[in-house]
Design a protein around this ligand. Structure first.
Ligand SMILES: [Zn+2]
Ligand SMILES: [Zn+2]
Length: 428
């Protein structure tokens, strides 16, 4: 028997799932990791084949097994996709193309082969007018809920709308039979499809990963979303913990910027906005509406560099590629995470914002309340130190903790200890 590849790690293996006979694993550990996703189709695999025999080939069409992520249901389906012989005028040749009409309303959008080159798959999805895909949302978010906390939050995921069909492909020699351009889908392909979709998300609005997503992916770290006026109006918290996958495709396209204040404090924090298409040079003009107001996020972007010639570096928001950094602007909802890939909690970010607002901003002003341009270095030496922040954080915790205790006294005894644990941090 030819050596198979493990669905999870790609390692060589000869072990096959004994129920569907369509997934292979190198070890029990890899099999267990894949289990939540695998179970969604495994026991239906053989029964589908038994009760839905492959439609007979005709001269012009042949059928391949494919997986459908339905538009409105949360259940995966197996289907037979017709591949039809069609004439390609530009290339002056006949080729087999998939006919997605039955499953994807409004015209399928097919991903470039380049995008799925890692795994031999063809992925087709619906046009923009279609709904978000409930099935994909269910798998990635672990629930069917999409569009939260703001529409922008799911812009990456919502690229894939309507029904989604994935079918296996084969690299064919042009001279060979074009019927062999596609192949039946396997359960290994299901894992690969989901991994592909996950590459297009950068944040996960929960600190728990969906059980369907690979759990031990080392690139997920805990970050924090700071809500704007708009997301707050939707009932979301100001600081929301979430998992961030910082090495994915969306991150490569997004301008992230480092918080100058926090770098001095020892927290190398990156800040990204939900809107990846923002043109920062237009920022001053475009983002002054109240809905995008986010005082806390802005606070973290204040400049503190005393050696810079730019006057903008002192208590002004520092934006890359924006020389004339505005003193006041609105950035909308932002997500922050640590550059050194350590976790950061919402309590921690809340304390940092509070420190900037209540200690630093106050210290930066002279007696008459004007921002002091003279003793920059002295202010930095005194206030922008880790020791000073840690001291503040202790009192912040105590204050917060007493409020939590008062609240929790009405709840369960022992809960207060948990609240205290949340504020334990390690710095460095
Ligand atoms: Zn493996
Ligand atoms: Zn199976």
């Amino acid at each position: 028997m030819a050596s198979l590849k493990c669905a999870m790690c790609g390692g060589d293996t000869e072990l096959i799932c004994c129920i569907c006979k369509s997934a292979s694993y190198c070890s029990v550990s890899c099999q267990q990791k894949d289990a939540p996703l695998h179970k969604l189709l495994c026991d239906r695999f053989e029964s589908f084949l038994a009760s839905n025999p492959r439609p007979a080939d005709t001269f012009k069409s042949t059928y391949k097994l494919a997986i459908l992520f339905p538009e409105t249901k949360k259940l995966l389906e197996l289907i037979w996709i017709e591949t039809r012989l069609t004439y390609k005028e530009e290339e002056d040749k006949w080729e087999y193309d998939c006919n997605f009409d039955q499953y994807i309303e409004g015209g399928a959008v097919e991903l470039d082969a380049e995008e799925t080159v890692k795994w031999p798959l063809k992925i087709a999805y619906g046009p923009k007018i279609r709904q978000h895909n409930a099935c994909l949302g269910f798998l990635i978010r672990g629930s069917g809920k999409l569009g939260s906390p703001g529409d922008d939050a799911d812009q990456i995921l919502s690229e894939y709308r309507g029904g989604i069909v994935t079918v296996g492909t084969l690299k064919t020699n042009a001279k060979k039979d074009h019927k062999e351009r596609y192949r039946d889908i396997t359960m290994n392909d299901l894992r690969h499809s989901l991994t592909f979709f996950c590459e297009w998300i950068y944040a996960h609005y929960s600190t728990d990963l969906s059980p369907f997503v690979v759990l031990d992916k080392p690139t997920w770290i805990k970050g924090v979303t700071i809500g704007s006026v708009y997301t707050m109006s939707l009932g979301c918290g100001k600081y929301v913990s979430e998992l961030v996958q910082h090495d994915t495709k969306p991150f490569q396209n997004i301008k992230t910027f480092t918080s100058p204040i926090l770098t001095h404090l020892g927290f190398p924090l990156s800040i990204i906005t939900e809107n990846s298409s923002l043109d920062w040079s237009l920022l001053e003009k475009d983002l002054r509406d109240d809905e995008n107001s986010n005082e806390e996020g802005t606070m973290l972007l204040k400049g503190t560099n005393p050696s810079s010639d730019h006057s903008s570096w002192w208590n002004r928001t520092c934006l890359p590629g924006c020389n004339n950094s505005p003193t006041n602007f609105n950035i909308g909802t932002v997500t922050v995470y640590r550059n050194d890939h350590k976790d950061i909690s919402e309590h921690h970010v809340e304390a940092l914002v509070s420190y900037c607002k209540n200690v630093l901003q106050v210290a930066m002003k002279d007696e008459s309340g004007v921002y002091d341009e003279h003793d920059k270095q002295a202010i930095i030496d005194t206030y922008i130190t880790l020791a000073k922040f840690c001291e503040y954080f202790e009192s912040f915790k105590k204050n917060k903790f007493s409020k939590e205790t008062a609240y929790r006294r009405r709840a369960k005894p022992g809960e207060a200890c948990k609240a205290l644990e949340l504020y334990q941090i390690t710095v460095g």
